[in-house]
Design a protein around this ligand. Structure first.
Ligand code: ADP
Length: 418
């Protein structure tokens, strides 16, 4: 249907002209269909009289005309009742593609003027296709005169445009989501390829060097090269483990094997492992005396601690790092606090997302942005929460909780240590 952009007929009345242009402007400017429809119909009522209006749209899945919007502006009628009354006129307009006028007598049970009802059904056109019917209802007569019918057709055409705007907005949102997904996949592949290639490059380079026939390496040099190969192979394995963990955590298929563990012992073990991995790190421990025995997966919780400590080493190597633990309500709280460069506040909300890395900070630091995501998932699988507080220039404090469920406090050493 090619619709009238301005209503046909002489526009002698100033109010009418203003309303008509206001309707056209709303349609051009609004993407909120519900609010747009409200505004259009309220304005319409200033140029022709109706008591109720309802919109029925064809549902492609059910093959039915279904009510999608209703507004009662005149003699008080509930929306539901108005919808039921408008349906025959909407169906007829939808089926025939023509404007239809129906008169009804509600029967003697309805007293007064409201017994007489007039419905004006208009086919709802979107993008050249009839997608439903729009119905204006008027109670107590007189019926809709021809000039009102033309105005109603003008309104129907604009309502069609509003629906077209909605269709376009949804299409744009879908396309944008698809483009964002493709971009993230590309980014993921390039990050992962880079991260896999770096250790592989070291391994290949040193092994090739060691295999050269024309050079005899002394034992010390050979050991040094082999040590690099060994470390890089570890790194490769860690990376692949992280990738597998993250995809299992995403699908919920990474189970936790929980057992009663002393939190203090778990932290002490992690700290001694960290100290031997990073002998130069100034790592301090502040553990409360009353840390309890709790049910947890020791390997996975140790992985969280390892991750936070290795991040402190990677991103905040300058000052001391403190690992702290104490009871807080019914949970054990564990904090890892560094005095490094901190994290700008705009990055904090996304820090625990998969593959998220703070752009400027990570130029020279290897990583995939998986570590904190894995930490969050593990902590959540224990019923806890993970968070971070950071002040750029002053340091960062990661913290997480492990709820203490039922296990009674015991003397350290009675539980299963890690
Ligand atoms: P990765 O270290 O592999 O990049 P993580 O998920 O462990 O991934 O960390 C995400 C990002 O958070 C890091 O890239 C880094 O920008 C930032 N970050 C993590 N820990 C710290 C820290 N202690 N100080 C400053 N920035 C940090």
């Amino acid at each position: 249907m090619t619709g009238p952009l301005v209503p046909p007929g002489p526009l002698s009345h100033g109010t009418e002209l203003n309303a008509v242009y206001a309707i056209a402007r709303i349609v051009a400017e609004t993407y909120d269909t519900e609010a747009g429809l409200d505004a259009v119909f309220r304005l319409s009522r200033t140029i022709f009289i109706f008591d109720v209006v309802s919109l029925f749209l064809h549902n492609e899945d059910t093959g039915q005309l279904e009510p999608s919007y209703a507004l009662a502006l005149g003699r008080g009628r509930s929306k539901e009742a108005d919808l039921a009354w408008g349906e025959p006129a909407a169906s007829e307009a939808y089926r025939s593609g023509q404007t239809v006028l129906r008169h009804e007598d509600a029967g003697p049970s309805v007293k007064g003027r409201e017994r007489r009802r007039d419905y004006l059904g208009l086919p709802m056109m979107v993008h050249g296709r009839c997608v439903g019917g729009l119905v204006f209802g008027r109670f107590g007569g007189p019926s809709f005169p021809p000039e009102h019918i033309r105005l109603a057709e003008f309104v129907a055409w604009h309502v069609g445009q509003l629906l077209e705007n909605r269709r376009m907005a949804r299409r744009i949102a879908t396309l944008e989501a698809q483009r964002e997904l493709a971009r993230m996949q590309d980014e993921f592949i390039s990050t992962i390829s880079h991260e896999l290639r770096t250790p592989l490059g070291f391994i290949k380079g040193y092994v090739t060097t060691l295999m050269r026939q024309d050079t005899a390496w002394d034992t010390e040099t050979r050991m040094e090269f082999l040590q690099i190969v060994d470390e890089e192979a570890d790194r490769l394995r860690e990376l692949i483990d992280n990738l597998l963990d993250s995809s299992r955590l995403e699908t919920g298929s990474l189970g936790m094997t929980k057992e009663p563990i002393h939190v203090g012992t778990l932290i002490r073990d992690t700290v001694s492992r960290t100290k031997s991995a990073y002998p130069e790190m100034d790592l301090r421990m502040e553990l409360a005396d009353d840390l309890p025995l709790i049910s947890l997966d020791p390997t996975r919780v140790a992985q969280v601690l390892d991750n936070l400590l290795s991040n402190a080493h990677k991103y905040a190597s300058t000052g001391p790092v403190v690992i702290r633990s104490y009871m807080n309500n019914n949970a054990v709280k564990i904090e890892v606090e560094d005095s490094g460069p901190g994290i700008p506040s705009e990055h904090i909300p996304r820090l625990f997302e998969r593959f998220y890395r703070v752009p400027d900070q990570t130029v020279n630091v290897r990583g995939t942005g998986l570590g904190l995501y894995i930490c969050r998932k593990i902590v959540e699988a224990h019923g806890g929460e993970i968070g971070v507080a950071s002040q750029p220039g002053a340091g960062t404090r990661f913290n997480f909780t492990l709820p203490v469920h039922v296990l009674a406090p015991t003397v350290e050493g009675e539980g299963h240590d890690v």
